[in-house]
Design a protein around this ligand. Sequence first.
Ligand SMILES: [Zn+2]
Length: 106
Amino acid sequence: MSGLQNIKKLLEERLQFLCAKVEGIEGDLREPADPDFAEQATEAEADEVLEGLENSALLEISQINAAVARIDGGTYGECATCGEPVGEKRLESIPHAAQCISCASK
Ligand SMILES: [Zn+2]
């Protein structure tokens, strides 16, 4: 049980980090466009990169929230697809993994 609480703590710390990151990205994206056209093109490209980063952070946030819900619901570590154990090694590298390696690689 204490192991799970540790994982939950790690996930929550990661959530805070990701939320701060998304906020930072949002702040950058809201900056007014530069009146210089060449600058605008560069900014548009930078914005695309930022949006990509934001989307991947948002995706990870939703996966982590789901993992925290599985910890609370007592199903953490079970594959969401086949119900088999996800595996300790896999959870060590991806604590928010919802599927075992064989389902995830299908
Ligand atoms: Zn599975």
